[in-house]
Every structure is written in C-alpha cells, then in structure tokens.
Design a protein around this ligand. Structure first.
Ligand SMILES: [Zn+2]
Length: 309
C-alpha cells in the first residue's frame, strides 16, 4: 500500500468515527480530496450555512440541558455529508422535541424569541428539511416520522409560533435576534470564527457523544452567545475528549476567517477556543452514577424518558 493510500485510509477512518458515515463513503471522499488529515470532516461552505448550523447547535444545547437520552448529545446519532448537504440523524425518541425546540416561537413569559430565527420546516420528496428563510442555508432531518410532523410548541401557553405566522419571511423579532447574534459586542469579536466552531461541533456528533458513553447522561448549556458547555457524569476525561476533538481538525484555521481573539485569555486543556468562542468540556465524576448506586442512574433515565412522552 502506498503512503498516499494509507493516509487516505486514516483520514477516512477519522471521518467515519466523527460523523457515523460509512467507511467506504469516507474513503471515496478522501480519494477525491474532499477531506484531509488537516480537515477530516468537511466544513459548511458558506457563512450563512455555518451561522445556521451554529444556531442549531447553540439553541439545542440550551434547550435540551440534561434531557439527552442514550448519550445522543444534541439529539444526534450521526450526520450525513453529501456535497454541501448536511443531514442530521436524530435520536428517534428525541426527534420531535428537538424539532420543536428549533422552531422559532415568541415566548411572552420570557419576553423573547426561542428557537432559531429564520428556521422553517419544509417537506421535499418525503424528507423533512429545516431551511433558513433569510438565505439558502438548510439541513435535512432523518429519524423523524414525517407523517406525524414536529411537536408544536405553539400549543403551550404563552408561546406564539413565529415559524407558522411568517412562513416565508423573517419576522421583526427574528431580524432583531439575528442582528444581536451577528453583533461583535462592540469589541470586535469574530462572529465568523464562533459560527465555524459551533458548526463543526454539529458535524462531529459521534465525538461529542463519547461524553455520554458511560451512562448516557450529558448536560448541555450556554452562558452567552459565544460558548457551549458539555458536562457528563463520568468516564472519559474532559482533557481526553478535547484531544479527540483537536485531532478531528476542529481548530483548523480557514483563510477567510479572522481567528484573533478580542479578549485575551490563557489556553485551557478542557476547552476548545476559536477566537472568542469556546466549547467547554467538564467531566463531573459524579457520585450518583457509580456502581453501588446504579438505581440512581436508572431513576434519572426513567425520568428523562418521561419528558419525551
Ligand atoms: Zn456516570
């Protein structure tokens, strides 16, 4: 086997392990030069697609919290990358709730928008897509029964389904929300670097899912528009997961994007930083999931399942 062939095999293995796509398909991508050691998982091509995917990851992290099942972090069991098309493979039990959490709704109690601004559901040829009405960005969904449609959060009290009231255009509240997301905070923070980092997280679900490999339990949240936190009960150390993510090219730079941070800070072994955006990793080494207290873990799983019924 030539050095080039063995390199392609290594790249294909890395792609398959990060995305869940078949090895042969990944090997074909490597042979065609679509993936490399530097970048084993293809990036979203346009800034709009990266922003759309980043919003999906950020929104799900805040919405799902400790409700993820079976270690399917952000509700994902894998992705398919075909040309520029990203398909999310959703956990079948979580799927309807995941879509409901993504659909933009105005929450009168909270006084703001929930979900991803501009996101709308579209059916095409038996598949469900989530499209961005302000651009050509979109993702395809697998794992959701299309005949049942998404759970309608609008049915809950105090929620106005913006996605249904303005099916083909951005509403004013969504436009305001997008301006806020695109703002650099007045200090020159790179929104492009943030969007690329969060989009890359969405495209590497099987690496993130290693966090939940021990007991299926992962908690996700955000502090602000520039971070996503993943914390899990036990198993892989945060430092080890950070290493796995780095090896997948998550920190690789792209020519057109400014990666200089506006705010100085020390690098951290349990954090992936890109300009001012961060992925924060925390292994809690929690007492409640240890062997002698396995009932505690079963109780949490049961209670989590009930939240999807
Ligand atoms: Zn555990």
């Amino acid at each position: 086997m030539s050095k080039r062939q063995s390199n392609q095999k290594r790249v294909a293995t890395n792609c398959s392990r990060a995305t869940g796509m078949g090895y042969i398909r990944c090997l074909d991508s490597a042979a065609r030069g679509l993936i490399s050691q530097h970048q084993p998982v293809p990036d979203a091509v346009t800034p709009e697609q990266r922003r759309f995917e980043a919003r999906i990851a950020h929104t799900l992290a805040d919405a799902l919290r400790d409700r993820q099942l079976d270690g399917a972090v952000l509700g994902l069991q894998g992705v398919l990358l075909q040309g520029e098309q990203l398909t999310l493979r959703l956990h079948p039990v979580m799927a309807r709730r995941v879509v409901a959490d993504l659909l933009p709704t105005f929450d009168a109690g909270y006084g703001g928008l929930r979900g991803v601004p501009g996101l709308r559901p579209r059916r095409r040829g038996g598949d469900l897509f989530l499209v961005d009405v302000s651009s050509a960005a979109q993702v395809c969904l697998h794992g959701l029964d299309p005949s049942r449609g998404p759970t309608l959060t609008g049915a809950e009290r105090g929620l106005t389904p913006v996605w249904r009231d303005a099916p083909d255009r951005l509403s004013r509240v969504e436009r305001d929300e997008l301006v806020y997301w695109e703002s650099d905070g007045g200090i020159g923070r790179s929104t492009d670097a943030r969007d690329l980092l969060f989009s890359r997280i969405l495209r590497r679900p099987l690496l993130i899912n290693r966090a939940g490999a021990s007991h299926g339990w992962v908690n996700t949240y955000t502090h602000h528009e520039y971070d996503i936190v993943f914390e899990w009960c036990c198993g892989m150390s945060a430092e080890a997961l950070a290493e796995v993510l780095r090896a997948s090219g998550i920190e690789s730079t792209v020519g057109a994007i400014d990666f200089r941070p506006a705010l100085g800070r020390e690098p951290h072994a349990e954090r992936i930083d890109m300009a001012d955006a961060s992925i924060v990793l925390r292994c809690l080494n929690a007492p409640w999931c240890r062997e002698e207290d396995s009932e505690g873990n079963a109780r949490i799983l049961q209670s989590n399942l009930r939240r999807y019924q």
